[in-house]
Design a protein around this ligand. Structure first.
Ligand SMILES: Cc1cc2nc3c(=O)[nH]c(=O)nc-3n(C[C@H](O)[C@H](O)[C@H](O)COP(=O)(O)OP(=O)(O)OC[C@H]3O[C@@H](n4cnc5c(N)ncnc54)[C@H](O)[C@@H]3O)c2cc1C
Length: 486
């Protein structure tokens, strides 16, 4: 343990004795008593180490990373960066966490990244959500076309349990983690402009506020300002906009139909020209989404509806669902809706190349890099995969050995190559999933239901559907155990 004269850089603070601890073994024995040092605490020790090593030219601070956006991606990458010795600061344009959307379903490829970021957080997520144990696909007559009852074993197999969780609660939990980890978080800061210098980036926010960082991570969603800056200012290219994919979705919450929580499962029901996906996200509530093909977007009625408007809107949906051929149990679930939203699916048809994911000091992840339609339920999962991939590529700058000073010095020159490697790894995977979501939206709304049902049945019988699911769950690293990164 560090006394005031100690020159070794500590990496952890003991919660009970208020001392700074260096010895890694203590971390292994008593992990729950320790928390990482804050940015300013770390820098005190970097400065002390610098003077001890008589290397005054070495930069005095852990790299400051400006993370733009606190949706689902921003908080997770911030926590991962801190684990590697970086100093993240998160900026979010909204000042309050509006109660928006319905639920997010995560598969193992997303959940396992939450576990790498903070195991305690993953366990909290598990406790507060509904773990899903199986997936079934059915036709409009409620006949099972195929399924997989092995999802209950996915935590052991792939490192993360599939589950559905209310979006607002999910996001709030992630934001709370920032405070727990002592990560600076600024709400009500809207990024307007970025100017890249040789050794730093200046971010300009609303109200004339600025922040300077070593690099910037754009987690600012489908209409990203960071993407615009990379494309227009750095690559002198056009910034592509996400386009309407041709499907409109109604999504809501209802009481769980009897027997549908045993086991809790993802149910996909394919009717004529329409599809419903549903899964319980608490013991009593089920989340559902209906996909309809509607050629022209009609944004005026896309929003979250107040409870008193819900019954009126559902009256419009029920005859459409009945005509598509959904059975009475589905119609009853829709009729009992307690919360409703309507929205259109958007994606980037002309995907970005890996080089367009970054400049020298700006890099994209999540929806800013690959806005996607919702028909594969992979948007958030992909975003978490991006978080892990960048975390893996960045050098470890945690203090504890003398090499970290050398790594710190190298970072400036190697950043563009690190970003390129990260983008080359993620771009092909995300392009395939965005295209897959678009293709799936056609499968969901196919009018030729007999041929479609036959194809779906065959894909389960031949093992193709199960393999596809497992391939996804083997990202961003195969199996359950992350490789050791340096
Ligand atoms: C209805 C719906 C259902 C979905 N269901 C699923 C699902 O089941 N499974 C799944 O994997 N994915 C799902 N998705 C996709 C998923 O929600 C997104 O892929 C995911 O939220 C992307 O996270 P993100 O952090 O990149 O972007 P976002 O979650 O969009 O977050 C971006 C953040 O940046 C902030 N921001 C934007 N501009 C600025 C600025 N200029 N300055 C500062 N802050 C800014 C925004 O306010 C926001 O908080 C669904 C999407 C929708 C719309």
């Amino acid at each position: 343990m560090c006394d005031p004269g100690c020159e070794r850089p500590p990496t952890y603070r003991c919660r009970f004795f208020r001392v700074h601890i260096y010895i890694p073994a203590v971390k292994r024995i008593l992990p729950h008593t320790l928390s990482p040092l804050t940015h300013s605490e770390s820098n005190v020790y970097i400065e002390r180490l610098q003077s001890a090593m008589s290397t005054p030219e070495i930069p005095a601070k852990a790299p400051m990373v400006l993370v733009i956006g606190s949706g689902l991606t921003g908080p997770v990458i911030a926590i991962l960066l801190q684990k590697k010795g970086y100093s993240p600061v998160v900026f979010e344009k909204y000042t309050e966490n509006a109660d928006i959307g319905t639920t997010i379903a995560l598969m193992s490829n997303g959940t396992k990244v939450l576990g790498v970021a903070d195991r305690e957080m993953m366990e909290e997520v598990y406790k507060r959500s509904r773990l899903v144990e199986a997936i079934y696909e059915l036709n409009g007559k409620n006949e099972v076309l195929g399924g997989n009852e092995d999802l209950r074993n996915y935590h052991a197999k792939f490192g993360g349990h599939p589950f559905g969780w209310q979006r607002t609660d999910f996001r709030l939990t992630l934001i709370r983690q920032l405070a727990k980890h002592g990560i600076e978080f600024h709400e009500g800061w809207t990024l307007e402009k970025l100017v890249e210098g040789e050794n730093s980036v200046t971010a300009y926010f609303n109200g004339g506020r600025t922040a300077v960082g070593d690099f910037v991570i754009g987690c600012d969603g489908a209409n990203s300002v960071v993407r615009r800056t990379i494309l227009e200012d750095f690559h002198k290219a056009e910034n592509p906009h996400a386009v309407y994919s041709g499907t409109t979705h109604w999504a809501g919450f209802s009481p769980v139909p009897e027997g549908w929580n045993d086991p809790p499962c993802f149910r996909h029901i394919y009717a004529t020209g329409s599809h419903v996906v549903c899964y319980p996200f608490t013991n009593t509530e089920i989340s559902w989404g209906v996909t309809l093909r509607i050629p022209e977007p009609s944004k005026k009625d896309w929003r979250t509806y107040a409870p008193e408007e819900t019954a009126r809107l559902i009256k419009d949906l029920l005859p459409i669902a009945e005509k598509a051929g959904f059975q009475p149990n589905i119609l009853k679930m829709l009729e009992e809706t307690t919360r409703l939203i309507k929205f259109g699916s958007y994606d980037l048809v002309n995907e970005l190349t890996p080089a367009q994911w970054h400049s020298n000091r700006l890099v994209l992840m999540g929806d800013s890099a690959h806005p996607s339609g919702v028909s594969l339920g992979q948007g958030a999962n992909m975003s978490l995969g991006d978080c892990y991939a960048l975390y893996e590529q960045l050098p470890d700058l945690t203090m504890g050995d003398r090499d970290f000073i050398a790594r710190l010095k190298q970072l400036d020159t190697t950043l563009p190559a690190i970003f390129q490697k990260y983008a080359e790894k993620r771009q092909p995977i995300t392009v395939a999933l965005v295209k897959g979501a678009r293709a799936q939206s056609f499968v969901r709304t196919d009018e030729d239901w007999e041929a479609r049902d036959h194809r779906l049945k065959t894909s389960w019988e031949t093992g193709v559907a199960k393999q596809g699911l497992e391939d996804i769950c083997n990202e961003p690293f195969p199996g359950a155990v992350p490789p050791v990164t340096v």
